[in-house]
Design a protein around this ligand. Structure first.
Ligand code: FAD
Length: 315
């Protein structure tokens, strides 16, 4: 069975959920092989978890260049693995780095690349949702090795026992790949909340908050949820862009999505419409968000959210 390379997304060795999703997608396509770029000991430590989700092998590449330079050395490594191992295809997370690595590796190997897929079927047929979800496009790479960047939260990760055998990759990136050096990395102060794209519950606020995200954050904290925001709220400077949900923000697909004071514009829906349960709170009973919602509350979010928070805390 041909290998399917899965680029591991991790923070200091802690594997992100999006990687487990990629391994789940890889399983029916071939033999999942995880590519871990980073500290060797962290790679060995991560192998167990990667194996639990189906990785038969974990290739660990730990040249110092990967942490000293921006993504070009990662792309060179991936291109080298494509040339030497001739996999059936490559899956990468559709993050900013993942997309850039995919594009660079595709150029180096004369391969086709598909970005922002939300499903990959037999034969590496990739599905994309375009124009804010108005069209579904299926496509297939017809040149070289298919490289597909898959959006986080496209599938639920499934445990699938794989051997998780660690193989060290001795590949030293060339000087030509060492083009942009990392000068400093600033860690944002931890909010204490889960990552927006990984959280099982997201509570989002829109223009209806009128700039006061207090009730949104309080409900989020009572539920252990991440906080999202509509573009109107972000553009007004009420919440950081990193929290924006939608076409030009993040795509989320939690078990529960609470939209408070959000009208439900198509560009917002594009980022949250695959949520398993959607609860909308809006004082306009004709707001389009109610067409999508599983549960709707017509009311003022400044009254509804505190009551919901109290009810959650009382449980
Ligand atoms: P509004 O549409 O103004 O809705 C506010 C809602 O709050 C209303 O329904 C109102 O009834 C309700 N409300 C007001 N007060 C209260 C209250 N006290 N209690 C309860 N309800 C209340 N938008 C995104 O969100 N994400 C994107 O990524 C995105 N990308 C875009 C990309 C492009 C190219 C374009 C053109 C637009 C994009 N937009 C995006 C913008 C989008 O079209 C909408 O303008 C935006 O989503 C509206 O945000 P909103 O729902 O918060 O505001």
């Amino acid at each position: 069975m041909s290998e399917v390379l899965v680029l591991v997304d991790h923070v200091g060795g802690e594997v992100r959920k999006s990687t487990l999703e990629l391994l789940t997608i890889a399983k029916p396509l071939g033999e999942p092989v995880a590519v871990f770029i980073g500290d060797a000991a962290a790679g060995e430590a991560a192998a167990g978890r990667l194996g639990e989700y189906g990785a038969e092998k974990v290739l660990v590449a730990s040249d110092p260049a990967y942490s000293e330079y921006l993504v070009a050395p990662h792309a060179e490594l991936l291109a080298n693995l494509i040339e030497t191992r001739q996999p059936a295809g490559v899956l990468v997370p559709a993050t900013a780095d993942g997309r850039e690595i995919a594009a660079r590796a595709a150029v180096r190997t004369n391969s086709g690349v598909i970005t922002d897929a939300n499903a990959v079927a037999d034969g590496f047929v990739a599905t994309q949702s375009v124009f804010a979800g108005s069209y579904t496009v299926t496509g297939r790479v017809i040149k070289g090795t298919p490289i597909v960047a898959v959006k986080p939260n496209s599938v639920a990760p499934e445990a699938n026992a794989g051997a998780g055998t660690v193989e060290t990759v001795d590949f030293a990136p060339s000087d030509a790949a060492k083009t942009a050096k990392i000068v400093s990395v600033e860690e944002k102060p931890a909010s204490g909340r889960p990552q927006l794209t990984e959280a099982p519950i997201v509570v989002s606020g829109g223009r209806g908050t009128n700039g006061d995200f207090g009730p949104v954050e309080e409900l989020a904290d009572a539920l252990g949820a991440a906080v999202g925001a509509s573009r109107a709220a972000v553009d007004a400077g009420w919440y950081p862009h990193a929290n924006q949900v939608g076409q030009t923000g993040k795509t989320v697909s939690p078990q529960l999505y609470v939209a408070a004071g959000i009208s439900g514009a198509i560009q917002h829906r594009a980022g949250m419409q695959t949520s398993k349960n959607i609860v909308a709170i809006n004082k306009d009973d004709e707001a389009p968000i109610f067409e999508l919602a599983d549960f709707g509350v017509v009311g003022d979010l400044f009254q509804v959210l505190p009551q919901a928070t109290e009810a959650v805390k009382a449980r």
